[in-house]
Write a protein that binds this ligand. Structure first.
Ligand code: ATR
Length: 286
């Protein structure tokens, strides 16, 4: 626990998901609570599919300040929110909920902001040039929308082209449309890009790299949203070629700042020691 004791004044937050036992968020938030000496606690909250509304009403009625929302509840949380941030609207999904005293649910989505902040914290300008995104799931949507909002030209490639087409249609913007490429064209397209973002599940297992880096410009920045392992095969390959890389753990840490600031009143710092702490399995000391 953050400070060793929970009282009636302890501010409560947590993460709802199914499963949720693997989530790194409790480790992260409770470490921040400890570092800032805040009387608070952040709990893993296993909520089965179909039970989100019941759970949220119960948590709200129990005095929680809010929760993070993870798989499989992000779309349902969007539908249940009374007020939505512009980012949540762009994503069609909510990952951060604030419970207001009048009983309303404020839904936000900090994934895209977390991604941009992780780039900037690594010294990378997200708007340096165009970006190629691989994948067309929820994470791709959040990242594409955030890059688009920065004025970045976004190219999207997904194994199943229809999903990329559907995502591009959702992110419709007459001034800066998302351009869809065939999956087979992704390697060729790389030479013109400033940023590559892997949001596919390729690279977690043995299925090989999500693309070849043979045609990459020497200035390409390679990022991966997978954070276990921290250095994915794609990032290792990029580093071996001397390319700059941004690891996915940064997005996880930076997206969490939004909820922490709203519930506990401090915008927390993400530093190198936090990367090590969150990714290690060491049990926090007494
Ligand atoms: P998210 O978790 O972001 O919502 P997801 O639905 O779990 O995404 O999908 C993971 C991504 O990895 C998808 O873009 C998927 O491509 P498809 O839409 O074609 O399924 C991609 N993916 C998974 N395995 C892949 C493989 N072997 N080759 C190429 N892409 C793959």
């Amino acid at each position: 626990m953050s400070n060793g004791s929970i009282t009636g004044r302890t501010r409560l937050a947590g993460v709802v998901g199914w499963p949720v036992a693997h989530s790194r968020s409790p480790r992260l938030h409770n470490e921040w609570l400890r570092r800032y000496g805040i009387d608070g606690a952040y709990l893993p909250l296993p909520v089965a599919p179909g039970q989100l509304e019941t759970a949220l009403r119960g948590l709200q009625a129990s005095g929680f300040a809010g929760v993070n929302v993870t798989i499989p509840h992000k779309q349902d949380a969007f539908a249940l929110s009374d007020v939505l941030s512009p980012a949540a609207r762009r994503c069609g999904a909510v990952n951060t909920l604030m419970f207001t005293p009048d009983g309303r649910l404020h839904g936000d989505n900090s994934d895209g902001q977390g991604f941009l902040d992780s780039l900037r914290a690594a010294g990378v300008d997200p708007a340096a040039g165009s970006a190629l995104l691989l994948g067309a799931g929820g994470a791709a949507r959040a990242i594409a929308a955030s890059l688009q909002a920065e004025g970045v030209a976004v190219y999207l490639a997904n194994r199943t082209r229809e999903r990329a087409d559907a995502l591009a249609a959702l992110l419709q913007d007459a001034h800066n449309p998302v351009r869809v490429l065939d999956w087979a064209a992704r390697d060729r397209a790389l030479g013109d890009q400033a940023l590559l973002v892997n949001t596919t599940s390729l690279g977690m297992g043995d299925a090989g790299l999500p693309c070849s880096l043979d045609g990459a410009a020497p200035t390409l920045v390679v990022s991966d949203i997978v954070y276990a392992p921290r250095v994915t095969p794609l990032l290792a390959e990029a580093r071996a070629r001397g390319l700059a890389t941004v690891e996915g753990l940064g997005m996880l840490l930076h997206q969490a700042r939004v909820g922490f600031a709203a519930w506990f009143g401090v915008d927390p710092t993400v530093d190198d020691s936090l990367f090590d702490f969150v990714s290690s399995d060491r049990v926090p000391g007494p």
